[in-house]
Write a protein that binds this ligand. Structure first.
Ligand code: M3P
Ligand code: FE
Length: 311
């Protein structure tokens, strides 16, 4: 399938406990570029090679986690079509006006069966990546500040009814299931990796009793070298690391999980498979997730924090 419909993750709004501490982390340590602040005090940032105005929005409040995750769709016709498809499927949708997020057009927001707020939008100001449109150089100074990910890549979300999410994302939003984990002694899917592109995943879910939880937001790096450099930068800046550097068996990405100053987990990763929509989904058993190296190829165990620490 050519990239039509839902094309990519566009933004995540994160709740942080101290906005200036969060900005110091996301801008100076992770190395995103600050692109704006709005009247309500939210801070907007982008990864260096993204073209759109922002991909991360920080909002200060007293509880960490994710407010919403937004996907960019091809154009306004697609946005209207997906809105009516969602309604026909029985999902209540809400329109947020253009400008409610800086430099962003109208958004269609809805709640999914895991309790998360997901939104679709077609328009956001393109500010470019700082390189010339003709004969660009290979990198810019913004590509070398802090960990300096290329882009926001995906999020892993926790909540109940991942079966309902699977149906909604595959039957209405056009996603493909790329990999999944079945629960112990069961055929029931307890974790899903879903793609709207030929990335290993654009969003993923793990079943969890509490709704609307964030497991991690993930940023792409170019190379394993840069993942190891990210580990050094985390250490120098006293960032708490959860898992890695190692490789996930699921998606095969080289990874580090760590926590931002508010306790939101983030991932810096590289590589991973590039599945096509006609590839059968890869099945992992519960044992495969742990001892089979699904989560951690090198250590072959189900780290306790993987199932218990979310925001
Ligand atoms: C990912 C991710 C796991 C594999 C994960 C792969 C959790 O890129 O979403 O973290 O087993
Ligand atoms: Fe991830």
């Amino acid at each position: 399938m050519a990239l039509t419909g839902v094309t990519r993750p566009g933004h995540i709004q994160l709740r942080v406990l101290d906005i200036e501490a969060a900005v110091r982390f996301y801008r100076d340590v992770l190395g995103l570029t600050e692109t704006g602040r709005d009247a309500s005090g939210r801070v907007y940032l982008k990864a260096w090679d993204e073209r759109d105005h922002h991909s991360v929005i920080l909002r200060q409040t007293d509880r960490a986690g994710m407010d919403f995750f937004g996907f960019k769709v091809l154009n306004e016709v697609t946005l209207n079509q997906l809105e009516s498809d969602l309604k026909a499927y029985g999902v209540a949708t809400e329109r947020l006006p253009a400008g409610e997020l800086l430099e962003t057009g109208e958004r269609v927001r809805f709640q999914i069966p895991t309790g998360h707020q997901i939104e679709l939008f077609a328009t956001k100001k393109m500010v470019g990546n700082g390189l010339a449109p003709v004969n660009p150089k290979a990198w810019s100074p913004a590509s070398d500040r802090g960990i300096a990910p290329v882009r926001l890549d995906h999020a892993l979300l926790y909540g109940p009814d991942v079966g309902g999410v699977l149906k909604l994302f595959t039957e209405v939003l056009g996603f493909t299931l790329t990999e999944y984990v079945t629960l112990p002694d069961s055929d029931e899917k307890g974790a899903l990796w879903l793609s709207c592109s030929n990335k290993a995943h654009d969003i993923a879910f793990v079943v969890h009793p509490e709704p609307a939880k964030l497991h991690h937001v993930s940023f792409l790096l170019d190379s394993w070298d840069k993942v190891l450099r990210a580990a050094d930068i985390m250490s120098v800046n006293d960032i708490r690391v959860d898992i890695g550097p190692t490789r996930h068996g699921i998606t095969r990405g080289g990874t580090i999980y760590a926590w931002d100053p508010s306790g939101n987990r983030f991932e810096t990763f590289m590589g991973g498979t590039a599945p096509y929509p006609d590839w059968p989904a890869i099945h992992w058993t519960w044992e495969g997730l742990g001892e089979g190296g699904g989560l951690d190829v090198a250590h072959r165990k189900l780290h306790e924090t993987f199932l218990t620490v979310v925001t």
